[in-house]
Design a binder for this molecule. Structure first.
Ligand SMILES: O=C([S-])c1cc(C(=O)S)c[n+]([C@@H]2O[C@H](COP(=O)(O)O)[C@@H](O)[C@H]2O)c1
Ligand code: NI
Length: 418
């Protein structure tokens, strides 16, 4: 069963709203606390509480910074604790914090006790902010020194988002258009227009849709936009779905509408089969060796061809020859044509467009009696097909001496997905 995380950003998106929504969806708080402890970062504590936004109950995740002179380790406690959970910090203006660059942040992330994919996800989010900052201030990425985002709360927000996403086990994420307000906002740089330049850069670079509203104030922060850009794996919701869970993450500001980020876990019931326009490039070749054709196929596939095949033919003057065919995306057309001229002896290439329908698919790991194996799960109408990946079958056969058919059939009929 395919599960999709849907982020409904009708009141924009920020780091703390995202973490709140994911915790409300059921991400494990203890796992998060343990992961954050492994960073060994001092000077903050966490608040896990509830807030009412226009009467709507939402998870309120807050990172409270402690005084610079207070060198306590990061710790967490519940909102019921006597500490005042209701206030929020004006991040980045009233007190100073270290200005870290991307490398410093990567070093902190490397201390995280979590899988590499969680660390890479968090690094990707920071990299997206760094690119956007670099563009906004016309500075090379190496010289971008984070201000707000270098503060502990942003590090905690981004890493928490990555840990919670991993904990929820979602593989695909759809992000709705991001509603944004208008006016100006005061930050470390001074008073800047909403949407702030870093947010605009992220939205334009990663194709996030912004929806402007008549609400005064900033609803999409650069951190929120970077999280959305890094997580967004598909553009559309499935044709029909069932909502398995909903989570609400509270924003810190109050607007005339409920300042919440709503997250949903959706079970796909019916998936539209995407239609794509592809290209086929072809050449009939009678003077190319088998070795050369083999190498051409290898380089074309490495350069992004969707498929390459050679068909034995008889061509003009009754010559035995081969037709080489290359299937590729429009964006790869020129690269493929150049490789055909460079890596074969052809002096002409035909090309035509083809339409294709492809099934939605996901790669999954299956637990077998011989260890893990990779499978492709494909979705067609109400049916699901599971196809073992050749390399997994091959390596199990080599390790165990079993025959291909037995291993293939066993993987195909194993239901336990990791
Ligand atoms: O680098 C960062 S995060 C940043 C860049 C900009 C620019 O547009 S340039 C603006 N800000 C403002 O700081 C606060 C906090 O942002 P977070 O993403 O850290 O929550 C917010 O008002 C941003 O607009 C930050
Ligand atoms: Ni600050």
């Amino acid at each position: 069963m395919k599960k999709i995380l849907y982020l409904e950003c009708n009141s924009g998106i920020s780091g703390d709203m995202t973490v709140g929504a994911l915790l409300d969806l059921g991400a494990d708080r203890e796992v998060l606390i343990k992961a954050l402890d492994s960073l060994n970062v001092n000077g903050y504590h966490l608040h896990f509480g509830r807030a009412k936004k226009c009467g709507i109950d939402a998870f309120d995740f807050q990172v409270h910074l402690e005084d610079e002179h207070d060198n306590m380790s990061g710790h967490s406690h519940d909102a019921e604790h006597s500490h005042d959970a209701g206030h929020s910090h004006d991040v980045g203006h009233s007190h100073s914090h270290p200005h870290r660059n991307l490398q410093d942040i990567y070093e902190i992330i490397d201390r995280l006790e979590a899988g590499d994919h969680v660390k890479n996800m968090a690094k990707r989010m920071f990299e997206i902010v760094a690119e956007a900052e670099s563009k906004a201030h016309a500075l090379p990425i190496s010289q971008v020194h984070f201000h707000e985002v270098g503060a502990i709360d942003s590090i905690v927000d981004i890493i928490s988002a990555a840990v919670c996403i991993d904990n929820l086990g979602v593989t695909e994420v759809v992000v709705s258009p991001l509603s944004e307000g208008f006016g100006n906002v005061r930050c470390q740089h001074g008073v800047i227009p909403v949407p702030v330049p870093a947010t605009v850069n992220i939205a334009s670079q990663y194709g996030l849709k912004l929806r402007f509203t008549d609400t005064m104030g900033e609803m999409v922060t650069p951190t929120g936009a970077a999280i959305a850009a890094a997580l967004n794996t598909r553009t559309n919701l499935p044709e029909t779905f069932r909502i398995l869970k909903t989570g609400m993450g509270a924003g810190k500001k109050d607007f005339k509408h409920a300042n919440v980020l709503r997250a949903m876990i959706l079970e796909v019931l019916r998936e539209e089969e995407p239609e794509e326009t592809m290209w086929v490039l072809e050449a009939n070749i009678d003077d190319c060796s088998g070795e050369m054709l083999g190498y051409a196929m290898e380089t074309l596939l490495e350069a992004g061809a969707a498929d390459v095949w050679n068909t034995p033919i008889y061509m003009k003057k009754n010559r035995p020859a081969y037709m080489i065919s290359v299937l590729c995306k429009q964006k790869d057309l020129m690269t493929m044509e150049e490789l055909m001229f460079l890596q074969t002896t052809t002096i002409g290439v035909r090309r035509y467009q083809v339409e294709r329908t492809i099934l939605g698919r996901e790669k999954k790991l299956i637990k077998t009696e011989w260890g893990e194996a990779e499978v492709k799960v494909c979705f067609w109408k109400e049916r699901t097909f599971c196809y073992p990946e050749y390399e997994s079958v091959r390596s199990i056969c080599k390790q165990t001496g079993m025959d291909f058919q037995t291993v293939y059939d066993t993987i195909r009929h194993t239901t336990e997905i990791l």
